[in-house]
Write a protein that binds this ligand. Sequence first.
Ligand SMILES: NC(=O)c1ccc[n+]([C@@H]2O[C@H](COP(=O)([O-])OP(=O)(O)OC[C@H]3O[C@@H](n4cnc5c(N)ncnc54)[C@H](O)[C@@H]3O)[C@@H](O)[C@H]2O)c1
Length: 458
Amino acid sequence: MDFKTDVLCIGAGYVGGPTMAVIADRCPHVKVTVVDVNAARIAAWNSDDLPIYEPGLDEVVRRARGRNLFFTTDVQAGIKAADIIFVSVNTPTKTFGEGAGRAADLQYWEKTAREILACADRDKIVVEKSTLPVRTAEAMERILNNNTRGLRFDVLSNPEFLAEGTAVADLENPDRVLVGSHETPEGLRARKAVVDIYTTWVPRERVIESNLWSSELTKLTANAFLAQRISSINSISALCERTEADVDQVAYAIGTDSRIGSRFLKASVGFGGSCFKKDILNLVYIAETYGLHEVAEYWESVVRMNEWQQTRFVRNMLANMFNTVAGKRIALLGFAFKADTGDTRESAAISVTRQLLADHARVVITDPKALDNARRDCAGFEGDLTFEPDPYRAAAGAHAIAVLTEWRLYKTLDYGRILDGMEKPAFIFDGRNILDHRTLFEMGFNVFPIGKRPLKHF
Ligand SMILES: NC(=O)c1ccc[n+]([C@@H]2O[C@H](COP(=O)([O-])OP(=O)(O)OC[C@H]3O[C@@H](n4cnc5c(N)ncnc54)[C@H](O)[C@@H]3O)[C@@H](O)[C@H]2O)c1
């Protein structure tokens, strides 16, 4: 079949895979190839057992794969054939050298630029899909356009706003799509080529166009604002616990103010995920490099508040379990950083597990989708740690259970059966405020929500 456009995506991860699957599904006239250096990941994308869990993703991939959606490890052939190359490689926080712990590690990104340059034999549009520091496109252009073969590369920014757990719905019906380019005739032409792909299914008014730097900075800003809301309500949750105010009531009441809005006001054990912390720290680093120390400090406090909330959660467990958890079995319900994903990157559960093990608790982790990732995350942890797919078996013999992921499943467990099998007094620490606290208390549990008065029998 003849395709109108040949699109390549480098990086078959949580962003590259679902994004390209939806583009292929919605644009049968576009041939979409996704490449990755990780052969196991590509093999999984070509199998019935996809490498990531996202509701609805199996169906989308099944419809398009082999028709106009292809997964392969042949990066070179992919680059050669492509008109438009999306780059969706990982951009983690640097762990070494200058900027360690804050700056984005751009080594995968730069390697991709050099691969594109080495393999391309005609002009290409290169689209930043990864989240990158503002002005990265400048470096990308320097590498790409510094060639003696007369090749021209137009670099665009098209950050991805999908949320894990709702990736397919977000991609099929996005709040907005942002495409940034240079505002030159060539830049605008390249921008139109990418806009045309999205407007196949996204209403035109939801496609926002901007200059390159605004687009790059928007993604960092969006994540910083989202994380800031969580840290803000979490800071209030601590105050609620001291004052008998109820954080859910406060959040509901402020959320009805249309200037504030109701979303992202759920107090919890803290935010996780691969993006929020990394992107804020990157923003902090960028502000510092421009000498904007007050800006840097302001945003850094969002991350500090999140870390404090995670630590506070465990301190609260300790304080209420008679100041010791040594030798006590504690079941953690959920390890994914949020519901409906198997992703555990930066999950609050990692820090909670580490802290409980340091206090010699016997920790058992259960999760419906994230146990393999949990095992990997905890591989180096010392102490008594087990993994159990069945939540009832995880809770059997436990002194306490802690809800760390808001899986719907945990709302509907038979807590009477769980209580029967637990040591007494039995504790529940609801790090997501999803359970019916009053009913659990009446059953006999001692219940410790976030940002609410605890319900205890002693
Ligand atoms: N995960 C999210 O929810 C999300 C949302 C929006 C934006 N982002 C951003 O998107 C980018 C990708 O995130 P992700 O979660 O998909 O990461 P990921 O780690 O799941 O996937 C990245 C993939 O890129 C591959 N890769 C790295 N270098 C390569 C190379 N030279 N050639 C081919 N493949 C290469 C890796 O093997 C990996 O499979 C990041 O910048 C992230 O900040 C992520």
